[in-house]
Design a protein around this ligand. Structure first.
Ligand code: GAP
Length: 449
């Protein structure tokens, strides 16, 4: 069973060094979090698993890493300056601002209305002002003059960096349609709704791929990518399929660029929420940048002997949101043989922050040289922790709670028989292995890690 309340995850995440509320010593900062020593490893592992599935293991996708701050015309052409807006309402009493759609959907708690049925402030029941549009892109200024001529934007998605490099990638790689360009990167949105931990934050990481194909074939690639992406969550991350579903956007919900979007949703402790959107973006972006820049972004179709504008199918996933899901999914409470609670994060080994812990049975000086030697054998191959403090039982519990799949214990017999014990996290089974065969034994148990 995964965690059923968010507080448990938020508290474990902080206690064990996965995720910290940002700037806590200054009273925090809304919708902003820092990633601790284990969070940063978990994030890297999820990103790596995505990159492997989407780029390395495929012949038809390449990666890029585009600049975050770029020519502001990019965001005008993409439609974000004009249209990347939320509709806000402000309370006349407390002056807090709320996203109208989130109020209507009840995401901010109980939906309060007056006798006429008009929405009221969810906090103090105050009357609301007329709705106003508000652009969620962050602005900054480049150079020494702070005026409209120096405005630049922090990217609200990674996709545009891919579109504006379409021609560079085609020319430098000689890729033929259909092919994709992938990117993982931080994005920024001026989110005003309380974010539910790292589900919705001001700054977050995305993993996006733009798959370019011939017009007409997008109707096949769109369902293909929906299924591929759903499969990734179950087969690569081990998320239980009963807590995942696909949801197609209604016409009213579709983004300005989309002819069809399907969300992969996860059943969070507070209900279903978006994890990834797969959008059929048509030729909107390449055409828009071609027209705005005066530099057409086309592809020469050798079969048809003409220049065409490819269509695009885009799987856009949230890395930091996925990290929240892996914590919720992995969280397990069990009772041990003495009736004490054992908390285990049952991560798939591929995403576990620490793969192997090396634990001498005690702090006894005689054990340390061999334990250190074993650590040096394992450390170049996997992420490891060496821990000799407290009792062995407590150290096992600590590793269980951070999701380490294997502990290797060096005891007094090891000094005689040159063997160690491997303990598996979920079953707690222990097997004795000669040190000479330790790497092979771990390799067998940690495939693809
Ligand atoms: N390029 C398309 C695009 O950005 P999106 O549905 O707005 O589409 C894709 O974003 C994914 O990025 C979402 O499914 C979600 O996982 C993640 N995401 C979006 N806004 C976020 C936020 N404020 N905090 C955390 N993750 C966010």
């Amino acid at each position: 069973m995964p965690a059923t309340d968010l507080e448990t995850i938020v508290s474990l995440a902080k206690r064990r060094g996965f995720v910290f509320p940002a700037a806590e010593i200054y009273g925090g900062f809304a919708n902003t979090y820092d990633y601790g020593p284990l969070g940063v490893e978990l994030k890297r592992n999820i990103r790596e698993a995505w990159w492997r599935a989407m780029v390395r293991d495929r012949d038809d996708v390449v990666g890029i890493d585009a600049a975050l701050i770029t020519n502001p015309q990019v965001w005008v052409a993409s439609g974000h300056v004009g249209g990347f807006t939320d509709t806000l309402v402000e309370c006349k009493v407390c002056h807090q601002r709320w996203r109208l759609d989130h109020l209507q959907e009840g995401l901010l708690g109980e939906v309060k209305r007056d006798a006429a049925g008009d929405l009221l402030c969810p906090d103090d029941g105050g009357e609301l002002m007329e709705p106003r549009k508000f652009n969620t892109m962050f602005k900054t200024n480049v150079g020494i003059v702070e005026d409209e001529t120096s405005v630049a934007y922090l990217p609200p998605e990674t996709a545009q960096g891919i579109f504006i490099n379409f021609e560079n990638v085609v020319n430098s790689t000689r890729k033929k349609l259909p092919f994709g360009i992938a990117q993982t990167r931080v994005s920024f949105r001026n989110e005003i709704t309380p974010g539910k931990f790292i589900f919705r934050t001001l700054e977050f990481e995305q993993m996006e791929m733009e798959f370019f194909c011939k017009p007409g074939t997008h109707t096949e690639w769109y369902p293909y990518w929906v299924q591929e992406r759903l499969r990734w969550y179950t087969e690569t991350l081990g998320i239980d399929s009963s807590r995942l579903r696909l949801r197609e956007h209604t016409k009213e919900e579709l983004s300005h660029y989309s002819a069809g979007t399907t969300d992969v949703e996860y059943n969070f402790p507070w209900g279903w929420g978006e994890l990834e959107g797969i959008a059929s973006r048509t030729d909107f972006d390449l055409k828009a940048h071609g027209a705005a820049s005066g530099h057409p972004l086309t592809y020469f179709d050798e079969e048809a002997n003409e220049h065409i504008v490819p269509f695009v199918v885009e799987p856009a996933a949230g890395l930091t949101r996925t990290l929240a899901v892996t914590l919720i999914e992995a969280y397990t409470e069990e009772l041990d043989e003495k009736g004490d609670k054992r908390v285990v994060l049952k991560f798939r080994p591929n995403i576990a922050p620490i793969k192997v812990a090396i634990l001498p049975l005690s702090k006894n000086e005689k054990l340390r040289p061999l334990a250190k030697k074993v650590h040096e054998i394992v450390r170049p191959l996997w992420s490891t922790q060496y821990d000799e403090t407290q009792s062995i039982g407590r150290r096992y519990r600590r590793q269980d709670e951070i999701g380490t799949p294997y502990c290797v214990t060096v005891d007094f017999d090891s000094l005689e028989d040159d063997a160690v014990t491997i303990r598996e996290r979920d079953s707690q089974e222990q097997v004795r292995i000669p040190i000479a065969g330790l790497v092979d034994a771990l390799r067998e148990r940690l495939p693809g890690c």
